[in-house]
Design a protein around this ligand. Structure first.
Ligand SMILES: [Zn+2]
Ligand SMILES: [Zn+2]
Ligand SMILES: [Zn+2]
Length: 134
């Protein structure tokens, strides 16, 4: 049978950069150029749950004005949100680094990070050294 079970758990989403068309959004080389983000397929794969890419506001377009796809989400407009439930304190959930204009390193442009759990570090149990013969 052709029914395929997705072992990776990824879901297929329309490519935000080309809006599912598979063509380059800006037609930089030619209006028929294939979308560099999805390689002309018109869709991309992502692992759910997802969050809107804060850096490009979900449009999949780089906000740096370079007429290329968003490097933070690779033009998906979405990012995987696994375990990332807290807002990023570095960029205040904007997803961009105000100093460089690039996406925020801490959250990779998603605007969300893993929550910082305020618990003491687990104490290391004493390591038993091998080869300690008597
Ligand atoms: Zn595309
Ligand atoms: Zn993005
Ligand atoms: Zn951030």
């Amino acid at each position: 049978m052709a029914s395929s079970t997705q072992k990776t758990g990824k879901i297929r989403i329309p490519c935000a950069y080309c809006q599912g068309k598979g063509r380059d959004r800006f037609g930089v080389m030619s209006p028929l150029s294939q979308c560099a983000a999805c390689h002309g397929k018109g869709f991309q794969w992502i692992v759910p749950p997802v969050v809107r890419c804060a850096y490009c506001h979900g449009g999949g377009v780089s906000p740096t004005g370079t007429r290329s796809y968003c490097l933070a989400c690779c033009g998906k407009g979405l990012q995987s949100r696994i375990d990332r439930t807290a807002s990023c304190p570095d960029c205040h959930s904007t997803g961009s680094n105000p100093n460089t204009g690039m996406y925020c390193n801490r959250c990779h442009g998603a605007g969300v990070i893993r929550p910082v759990v305020d618990v003491p570090l687990p104490q290391r149990s004493q390591t038993i050294e091998a080869g300690d013969s008597t």
